[in-house]
Design a protein around this ligand. Structure first.
Ligand code: UDP
Length: 322
């Protein structure tokens, strides 16, 4: 297949690029490299079936008249993964976040419509905001503060979902929407500000782990290989409704800190910092729909996933990036 992946140099995008290139598909990756990194694509540049275009996806995407190995690129699939995904990043780049979720989604849906491609939107558990129900099923409409600092991300993704459904209904584009819950694994940036890189790097370098708030808030962490498997199943399924993809094993941030300290054998303690504005108090996916429609569920436990993630961060720290 011929596949366009936006945000392909980011944390999730890189895993998708590797997956499809290994499968023998032709992959064109668009990334403006604001938070994506070339290093994430190591090993792909030599491949005949991979190409990176360094461009912001809010600008016109031109896939006509490609030459050489990409001649006649048919655009069978469009995977829209470009976004600022870490709270730290979307707080720093609020307008870019709204633009990539709004204009970038419009642009990439336009590409899918033009070429008759199937479109997959990387949406998020943030569409549920600070949820009043736990776990969250796809039927829940959410509790989002549109004016808060997180609103730029939440609303951009909610708009992206609405636009995706509109292109499906009005133009007949084959669309898929993945609501992705907290995902971790090798390929994350050391300094992206999210809890997994923060805690693991703090523990590995003997610094105290920074728990925001009182640490009673919960998250449910999915290992990246499980997530990629879920996304591929969704892409090849017939589900046009949004589908939660995540691991329902829910823990408090305090428990998570303890787990990281134990697994790394660190002497680090825990220090408490203020809770960021609108930080969701609970988050846990109801994956009934994914189980039924995709026959998918996560297989990697937090313990196993962290055991694969810690050595990755250890290497980065040794290269003194942390
Ligand atoms: N968090 C924390 N310490 C950190 C980074 C994050 O306690 O150094 C908390 C954060 O307040 C949130 C949870 O960990 O409750 C997950 O945060 P993350 O930024 O990973 O993603 P979110 O799920 O909020 O989008």
């Amino acid at each position: 297949m011929d596949i366009l992946i936006t945000g392909g140099a980011g944390f999730l995008g890189q895993h998708l690029c590797h997956y499809f290139v290994d499968r023998g598909d032709r992959v064109i990756c668009y990334d403006n490299l604001i938070t994506g990194r070339r290093e994430n694509l190591q090993g792909l540049f030599e491949a005949d079936n991979f190409k990176l275009v360094e461009q912001d996806v809010t600008e016109y995407i031109d896939l006509e008249n490609l030459s050489g190995k990409f001649a006649g690129f048919a655009v069978d699939r469009v995977l829209h993964f470009a976004s600022l995904a870490s709270p730290r990043d979307y707080t720093e780049f609020p307008i870019k976040t709204l633009k990539v979720g709004g204009m970038g989604t419009h642009q990439t849906l336009g590409v899918a419509k033009r070429y008759g491609a199937r479109f997959l939107l990387a949406s998020t558990s943030e569409v549920y905001g600070d949820p009043e129900v736990n776990p969250q099923s796809e039927q829940y409409w959410g509790n989002v503060n549109p004016l808060g600092v997180r609103g730029v991300y939440d609303e951009s993704k909610r708009f992206a979902e609405a636009l995706t459904m509109a292109y499906h209904r009005a133009h007949g584009v084959e669309t898929r929407i993945a609501r992705i819950f907290n995902t971790y694994g090798p390929g994350m940036r050391v300094n992206d500000g999210r809890v997994v890189p923060n805690f693991v790097c703090q523990a590995l370098s003997g610094r105290d782990l920074t728990v925001y708030g009182d640490g009673t808030q919960t998250r449910s962490f999915c290992f990246v290989s499980d997530l990629v498997r879920g996304l591929v199943s969704l892409l090849e399924s017939s589900s046009t409704e949004p589908v939660n993809i995540g691991n329902p094993a829910e823990i408090t941030i305090n428990q998570f800190a303890e787990e990281v300290i134990q697994l790394t054998g660190s002497n680090s303690g825990i220090v408490y910092k203020p809770l960021p504005e609108d930080d969701p108090q609970v988050r846990r996916p109801d994956i009934t729909r994914a189980r039924r429609q995709l026959n998918w569920e996560p297989e990697v436990t937090l313990h196993e996933g962290l055991a694969q993630t810690v050595p990755y961060f250890k290497r980065l720290i040794e290269d003194s990036n942390c």
